[in-house]
Design a protein around this ligand. Sequence first.
Ligand SMILES: Cc1cc2nc3c(=O)[nH]c(=O)nc-3n(C[C@H](O)[C@H](O)[C@H](O)COP(=O)(O)OP(=O)(O)OC[C@H]3O[C@@H](n4cnc5c(N)ncnc54)[C@H](O)[C@@H]3O)c2cc1C
Length: 466
Amino acid sequence: MNDTATPHRIDLAIIGGGAAGALTALHLLRHAKAPLQVQLFEPASTLAEGIAYATPAPQHLLNVPAGRMSALPDQPTDFTDHLRQVDAFPQDDDASLAGRFVPRRHYAAYLRQRLAEAGEGSPVQLQVVPQAVLSLRRHAGAARLELTDGTVVDAGHVVLACGNSVRPIPLAGADALPHHCIAEAWDYDGVRLLAGEQAIGIIGSGLSMVDSVVALFAAGQSGVLHVFSRHALMPLPHAHGAPASYDPQPLLAMPLRTRLRTLRRHAREAAAQGIPWQSVMERIRPLGKALWQTLDDADQRRFLRHGVRHWDVHRHRIAEEVHVQLRDALADGRLQLHRVRLQGVVETESGLRLSALSHGAAVQWDLGALVNATGVETRAEGLRNPLLRQLLAEGIARPGPHGLGLDSQAAGDRLIDADGNADDAIGVLGSLRIGTLWESLAVPELRQQAEDAARHAVRELEAAMP
Ligand SMILES: Cc1cc2nc3c(=O)[nH]c(=O)nc-3n(C[C@H](O)[C@H](O)[C@H](O)COP(=O)(O)OP(=O)(O)OC[C@H]3O[C@@H](n4cnc5c(N)ncnc54)[C@H](O)[C@@H]3O)c2cc1C
């Protein structure tokens, strides 16, 4: 850091320009009445993509129907209005467009379009800075940020929207593999380039695995795809069906076991009326945060140890057409799912050899390449983002409940430091809040968090103006 330079002073820094940072900027542009100086720091070349919406592949679909992806909580048709404006899916009527799982590439373009429009009438001066923030320290009443190029910026308020971190591949020997035989599932081009005649191993069986499978098949993969997982549970499909009509509120007062038993009973009763279990899950969708926060500490731990995988596959579902593709590939053997404990991987003359324990027996697979589809890193100790490591190391942040993400206020979104104090000038949103909120990943949660963070900053900054 250059101590002699006078830091540039701004009102608000948004750190991260994925969907969450872009949503925060959008709400700020809409709500501010005063000429605030705002900088959004994002090293990627294209705004609003982050990890989820950077994929150009038409096979990579949103896993939330278009009708629920509006950036604006008070205007639920805003995303489908955008799709109409750009003439996507002209054959769909309003209802089928709202229910459609559209390619994810449409989403970042939508956010950028809305940002540009909101910027036109807003007094806010928003500047996108193509730099990562390396450190954040409190300094003379401001948050002092150091950027990758050494620039120093002082911000009155900060919103941390650093998003998802990749989980390292849990496999001894993977680090020593040559680069051409291993790819991260979120490196969409890298995965596509692996396609060929050789068998490929995919570590992890969740949504990132689904992305990799559909991308590899679309790129001409003819070798078998082997999916390795400790539990061998794959995401389940969405379903069109009548809504379930039970009252979910009593669930909040129940301990975990009774809750799950009650949910299963609701699913059986719904099935008896021809209503899919997915409708039963949809009923509790708005209660995601409350369902987590009303579990006591022991039940939260029990859920993390025994329930989370089953919860994920029922809760984070995929479009029916994608599920059909996976089911067909499983049926004809092009896709094989293995429940294993991975042991290690070594390079061989023709590719690599993966060893694992399957039902206690040692098994090996000869593969051409591996994909790391283990998903989002939620453990604070596993976060590799230099800024987040610095915040944790210096006690400006502390791990969230159960060591998940960063600790933040349950009501409100302020970052909590190592002494348990909430920092009024630092808000945090998205997957970093998972330990506090549990449901804190998808756009229906992010847009509300982004609006709340923007409103908080506007209120505080405008109140402090002369
Ligand atoms: C593969 C995938 C598919 C998904 N599909 C859907 C879906 O269909 N619908 C849905 O609602 N949700 C979906 N999600 C959930 C998803 O997490 C959110 O919708 C959203 O993309 C999260 O955005 P984010 O900005 O919080 O995180 P990210 O997308 O991870 O973006 C964070 C950004 O912050 C930047 N950054 C990080 N550290 C710094 C730093 N120190 N300085 C500056 N910039 C920094 C990064 O470069 C990145 O661009 C999906 C998630 C994944 C991983």
